[in-house]
Write a protein that binds this ligand. Structure first.
Ligand SMILES: [Zn+2]
Ligand SMILES: [Zn+2]
Length: 283
């Protein structure tokens, strides 16, 4: 297993963007932190680029931890240090890690816990566009017998699991009819597959204007539910669907070296990708 270096190599957002103008990214090193009780150190294999990252980097959406910080919350990697049972394991880092100890968490709504830790947002200065990241160990989802390169499992950390949370929230049942708008989007491709895996009948549309769809929803006496990430406890269920092929990830992702982060952000901001971009550290 890889040794633990004394520094983390990372692409930091040193300035956020505003009104569509990009922020400033800088390749730098930060000290390797002393691991806190209950944390694990993950060597990053890959980190997916999410539209949430672009919101921080172009649109002035505020991060909880102020810059400089490293973006990236869609992470897969290998545990180098932490609880003994996890060391050496390949893991997916949930995008949102609830505190587990507040009234919101107690109600089973931990994905919107106000004390949650989210890499690249509210996990101090740490994010996935790095060589390593310290994360809460308790929520890690272990990947046994990886069927694809580990970096590819990064997409499960957010794009693949957020729709599962939406399905649970909507109380999706076998034979329900599910209408998916935006099936071609990064999350939409997984919503379709997960709904089908859960036994729903699925009707899909490509990208539709929300306004148009809202009027259609009224006709169904439907409601709109938002979701922010996914409860860590659901990750093994989604991973199982990925491992047995009910949810395909390979056709919907593309791997690039992390050193291309600037151009990947720019191209994705300009809508040039159909596939999720996963960046692999190449410091
Ligand atoms: Zn995301
Ligand atoms: Zn909480």
């Amino acid at each position: 297993m890889a040794a633990i270096p004394d520094k983390i190599q990372t692409w930091q957002m040193v300035e956020p963007g505003k009104e569509g103008k990009p922020g400033v990214l800088q390749k730098t090193t930060i000290p390797m932190p002393e691991l806190a009780e209950g944390d694990a150190l993950v060597e990053v294999a890959g980190c997916g680029v999410c539209h949430t990252d672009l919101g921080y980097f172009y649109d002035g959406v505020p991060t909880v931890s102020k810059p400089p910080l490293t973006l990236g919350h869609e992470i897969a990697g290998t545990v180098l240090a932490g609880p003994e049972a996890l060391v050496g394991k390949e893991v997916i880092v949930p995008a949102v890690m609830p505190c587990g100890n507040c009234p919101i968490c107690d109600e089973g709504r931990g994905n919107r816990c106000l004390a949650q830790k989210m890499p690249g947002n509210s996990l101090g200065m740490y994010g996935g566009f790095s060589s390593h990241i310290p994360v809460p160990a308790g929520d890690l989802c272990v990947v046994e017998d990886a069927k694809f390169p580990l970096s590819h499992y990064a997409v499960v950390a957010d794009a693949g699991t957020t729709p599962y949370q939406a399905a649970m929230r909507a109380d999706l049942k076998q034979d329900d009819l599910v209408v998916i708008t935006g099936i071609t989007g990064g999350v939409g491709v997984y919503m379709g597959q997960i709904a089908k895996a859960l036994g729903a009948k699925v009707v899909v549309f490509g990208m539709q204007s929300n306004k148009y769809m809202l009027s259609k929803l009224m006709a169904f006496d439907a409601e709109i539910i938002g979701t922010w990430g996914c409860l860590p406890e659901y990750y093994p269920k989604v991973l199982e669907m990925v491992q047995d092929g009910r949810v395909q990830i390979e056709p919907f992702l593309e791997v690039k070296p992390m050193s291309t982060i600037q151009e990947v952000f720019e191209q994705q901001h300009n809508g040039l990708f159909d596939k999720r971009q996963v960046l692999e550290p190449d410091f």
